[in-house]
Design a protein around this ligand. Structure first.
Ligand code: ADP
Length: 168
């Protein structure tokens, strides 16, 4: 497969972005001419961070990676890929528990849009257990976020949880 010249889209909630996501984005950026980090939002799935904050944290975590763009989309991811003329959907794969979900999503997308290929990139061992959910749990209880998220994300997490505790 020649990947040069291709645009890849990496969709997810990124609520918030972790170093596991960053690792996948960096590795995808080596393989494709352009990678679009797509913050997928749905009206019935409110996250911890609002969309603008998620965008800001993605940008901060990526530093100056030149061929990476951040965008937001509501609706089917494949519709976004069609609009951007991208034929590659990137997802990250950690444990076996991810596998079931990722394979079913990939097959549903394939049924709807056979021209789009899903590429699963394996999590690096150091990020194998890192998830947005786990970092929120650690932050809620005041644990150290070093090695899990970028420092900007760590401060944002601390801030949002101290504000929430203050309201109780
Ligand atoms: P979603 O809510 O769509 O699962 P996430 O933001 O949780 O969105 O994850 C986006 C993608 O990144 C998913 O394919 C997920 O499996 C993958 N991913 C999440 N954390 C990691 C990690 N630590 N290493 C590799 N891939 C990851």
């Amino acid at each position: 497969m020649s990947s040069s010249g291709k645009i890849a889209v990496y969709p997810g909630s990124f609520d918030p972005i972790t170093l596991g996501h960053v690792d996948i984005i960096k590795r995808a950026a080596e393989l494709f001419e352009k990678v679009i980090v797509l913050i997928a939002v749905s009206p019935d799935k409110a996250g911890l961070f609002d969309v603008n904050e998620r965008i800001r944290l993605v940008k901060k975590s990526l530093g100056n990676l030149k061929n990476v763009e951040v965008d937001v989309h509501e609706g089917l991811t494949i519709d976004y890929l069609k609009k951007r003329k991208s034929g590659v959907l990137v997802r990250g794969l950690r444990a076996i528990s991810d596998f079931e979900y990722e394979v079913s999503m990939a097959n549903i997308n394939r049924t709807m849009a056979p021209e789009i290929e899903t590429i699963l990139i394996l999590a690096s061992p150091e990020y194998y257990f890192v998830s947005s959910r786990a970092v929120k749990e650690v932050a809620l209880h005041g644990g150290s976020l070093a090695g899990l998220v970028n420092s900007e994300v760590a401060s944002a997490l601390k801030k949002i949880f101290s504000r929430k505790k203050g309201k109780k």
